[in-house]
Every structure is written in C-alpha cells, then in structure tokens.
Design a protein around this ligand. Sequence first.
Ligand code: ACM
Length: 684
Amino acid sequence: MRKVLGVSLLLIVALTSCVHHTEVLSVIPVPLEVGLQRGVFALDEQTQLWVDAPEADKDLLVGCVDSSPLKVAVASERPTRNALFLEVVDAHPQLNSPEGYVLTIQKDGVVAQALSGAGLFYALQTLVQLMDEECNLPLGTIVDCPRFAYRGVMIDVSRHFFGVDFVKKQIDAMAYYKLNHLHLHLTDAAGWRLEIKRYPRLTELAAWRTDTLWKDWWNGGRQYMERGTEGAYGGYYTQDQIREIVEYAREHYITVVPEIEMPSHSEEVLVAYPELSCSHEPYKESDFCVGNEQVFEFLENVLTEVMELFPSPYIHIGGDEASKQSWKSCPRCQARMEAEGLADVDELQSYLIHRIEAFLNAHGRTLLGWDEILDGGLPPNAMVMSWRGTEGGLKAMAMGHRAIMTPGEYCYLDAYQDAPHTQPEAFGGYLPLQKVYAFDPLSDTISEAQRTLLYGLQGNLFAEYIPTEEHMEYMAYPRILALAEVAWSLPANKDYDDFRRRAMKAVDELRGKGYHPFDLRNEVGNRPGADKPLTHLGVGKIVAYVDGSAYYSGYTAGGDTALVDGLRGGWTYGDKRWQGFLGRKGVDVIIDLEYSQPVTSVSADFMQICGPGVFMPAQIIISSSLDGEHFTELKRIDNEVVRDDSVTFTTFGWDGSVETRYIRYQAVRSDFGGFLFVDEVVVE
Ligand code: ACM
C-alpha cells in the first residue's frame, strides 16, 4: 500500500484547470467529477500494468485487466512511463468511500488511486468505458464515489430457473456498471433452487414441477414432480455451483445475497415435508407452522448450510405476503401464541422472524427481509427491503434500522417497459427507462441522521412472466443501467437526455457482447395524450357521481376532477390517472358543462388486463340533458368482454349533434366482475 503524498509524478493534476464536461463521456454511471483536457493517452503494446495493492486484490485486479480490452501486461518492476498504475492508498483527501477512486490520465500514463481494491476495480470499469476503439483514453482527472453502498439486482430463479453461466454473465454486466449486490430469490412455490444436503426432498421433489411456463403451472393445478420424471421442469444449484457463483461474484467485487423464503411462499417445501405445515398435508398451505419446533429445526438447519455457502453479511429470509390463515385455527400455533403472549397472527410471524434473527446474529449475520417483517414488531438488528413503496424503509429508518429501497413503482423490472401492445406479456404496469431513472430514494423529509441508514437500492427481476434467459436480459437491460446510475451518481449530475444517449450506446455495446437488451432506439413511449394535456369542453367542469357509483379508494386518480382533468391515463392503471370502479354499479357520472351548448362527441377510454382482474365494460350508455334530471339516451353500446392475455385499450363514444348542458356517462361491469378503469371523458 502506498501513501497518497509523494507518489507518482503522474498524479498531480489541478482539477481547477480542467473543463468539466461529462456530456462528452459515455460512462455509466456518470462519475462524480470529471475534468478533461485536450489530448489522449494511447495504450499500446508497450504499456505496462503496475498494481500496488494487498495481495488478494492484486490477483483480482490483474485478472480484471487481463479479461478486459485494456490488455496490458504486468511489469516486473515499477515502470517509469507508459504504464497503468493501480494503487491502494491509506488515505486520500478526495475519497471518503472504499469504493471511490481518483483516476488521472496524462500523456505518459494512467494512475488510479483508491482506498481499497474495490475502488481500483471501479476505476478499471471507468477506464474500459472511456477507451475508444483505437485504445485512446482522454486526458484529465476523474474523482468518483458511490452515493449508496448497496447497489443491487435481484434475480428470481424460482419461477423460472436460470443456470450458472447465465448468472455469471449478469455478474459481468453488473460489475461493469458498478452494481455490487446480487440477490438470488432461491426459493418460492414455483421451485426450490438450492441443494441442501440435509433435506434431499427439496431437490428431489420441490425443485421440479409439471409445466415449463410459470403461468401454465400456476393456473393449471400447481403440481410438483419427482426429479427425472418425464416432462418435469425445474432445476437447482448444487452446492459446488453456488461456490462457483459466489467466487465469481467475489472476483467482481459483488456480494451474493441468498433469499430463503419464510414463513410463506413455501408451498414447495410443504409438499416435500408436509409435517412442517399446520395441516401436515401436502398441497394445503403456503405458510410454515410457527407452532411446530420442527419448523425451527428445519429452518436453522437450512440456514446453517446457506451460511456455509454464502459469505454475505446479510441473509434474506423473505417474510412477505404470508396468508397466516391456517395459524388462526392450528392448535400448535394457538398454543404458541398463548405461551408467548402474542396478541395476533402478525405477532406470531414476528415471533418467527425474531427467533430466526437471533439465530443468524449468533452466527455473525444480519437478517434482511421484505418490509412485512415490520408487521407485529421488527427484530432489533434487522435490515428492511422496502418493496410496497418506500414507506416500510422510511419506517425502519425512523426506528434506527438500515433499509434498502426497491419500491414496485420504480424498481420492479418485470413491468412493461414500453407500450404493452409492442411487448411480450409482462406482469403488468408500465415502467419505462425514464421512470426508473427518475427514482430518488431520499425524500426531503428524511433527517440527516436517517439518511445514513439508507443503505441503497435494488432492481427486482421477478420471473413469473420471464421464462427464458433472453427475455430476462430483455427486461433487465437497459433498465438496470438506470438503477445503477440512481444508486451511484449524485442527483445533481443526473440528466435523462444525456443518460438516454449513453444508454443507447450501451445497448449497442451489450448487444455486441451477446446480451439481449430492449431496443431503446425504437421505444414507442407513453400513451398518446398521457403526457400532454388535451383541451375539450369538459375540462375543469364539475363531475357528479350518481348514487351507488363511487371510485375505489385505492384508485382515485386525484378524485372528483380526474375524469375531466385534461390528461389521459397512460399504459397502466397504476399511474394515478385511471379511475378505478370496483362496485356493482360500475361507472355512472354526470358532467355539468355549466350552460347549454352544442356538443358533437362524447367518449371515454377503458383498459383491460385480465391477470389483476381489470375488464372492459359490458355496456355503455351515453345521455344528454338540459336540466340535469331528464336525460335523453344518445347511444347504447353492448360490448362482448373476452378474457385474453393482452393489455387492451378501447374508446367507447358517441358522435352526433346535440344541444345540452349535462352529459351522463354510464359503464356497466361484465360478468367477470373485477375493476373497471376509465379515464378522460372527452366532450367536444
Ligand atoms: C414481493 O414482491 N412480494 C417482495
């Protein structure tokens, strides 16, 4: 290691004399400070590598250079010129993070300095991104540090299984964009994916199912099959394969965080070991029986093997979406509640999480869980991963706990990334690159003290609708590049137009390396009318909701003015523009145009996405009135509602000519029930 002062002559470049122009660079994530000068340093056959770092890092860094396009040979003694110097220093006035680095590129060589091997590793990623095809590097200095320490991606290998080579390939890309945590969702109803020596049925039975596609399996009986049965779909990582992944990740300065789901999302375990459920019968429940000591023995034995395999300081135990139903009538669970003085089933879940935390802590690990681990009381040292918005994370931080933000609205990369009719079927929603990029996990209301508890953020690739490797990459890229920049770069340095330019280049580069990114160049964008206000006769007028027709409290779209606010709903009912109706009566609204006037058209848009229960209306009735009491029907439309896999948008309207002050728009629900989602009743 090397002290910062008196190092190399190459180092001393006054930042103040430099031009600050990040816009000419294509580095993702955008660095903290960039000062470039005219001219280049060209790597050539004679350029040598000199690494001054702890032995373990030295090997990794030399390996990283070897496998990169930098391709410079290690010098046998310290070179004086035409070299790439990588130096770990004890301290540096411009560095406050072990992952930060200072990169100085001068005519006769490059010096990268950092407080740790990780910092030098990131300096190398920046260099590779800076270098052009002629091996030129622009002269200047870059000072860079991450905004957040945890920069993660979660891959769900349960709903569909992805092999070791695929995982390693994603590790390569993650490292290139300075992401440093890979969270593997290893267990869920759809398949257990980790060899556990003590419980062979987990990989003999629980890892295999009847259907290749999750959707077919989920809708078709959710059966498991013995390994080796003809037609069985599934797979798992052997312990040796996990060691291989973990080691490969370590070589890329990435921590692999394993997730073992409990107490719920555990149907597959409870089929393999039914005695761990309340009923002791397979195919009955999704939750472990918390009243049964055998369950704790099982979980602790599994976690013991998990901890042997994964050196991660955090072990993710899931904790989300427990039904807790069977606990209410299970004598063992009831006895546990009685004995422990637990008031309700939330506290029973919390009892399990507390016990598991104590076990992990005793082995030097921190418990990490989805934000439901707050329900019934958060264990003392737990870290929260906030997915149902950022509220859970903020609550945990207010209680002095660390949090990782992964709110569905910005971080769930299983949502459509472009107009649904142009995309393969997705989970739903609409999360384009620009929206991911707009995420800022730190609101103004967070105190300085709490800010330090925000550990970072993560993009989640849940795989219900992602059956292949190509498709997984398509959903991941380039959106994880946006998350990488949100996680690493300062908000003041972010600019979407510039990012999009860099992401476009990155998409080409990723394609060149054999990845399958979304075609950003041909992005369609949001629904016409959703971003630019419309003008029509109804805008700003009063809307009355006829008795029995009321919008659902979760989808108000802003309340009584939503249907005439001049903005159409976009590609998802979750965008706070679409108004949702769950009641039997459907939609029945009267718009008062204030005075009688000629009207030639009335229309409204509806959307359908059957998965979450959103259907088109079965009938539409449009009427007019001069006094608001006596209505004349202008048009009645009968609509056949058909269930399918697509996301569809339909406008139902009337054209003609009438003198009217009031317009009544009624939409009747179909026999499918569910939601009606309507937006902008346009009156012209
Ligand atoms: C989750 O999406 N259930 C964490």
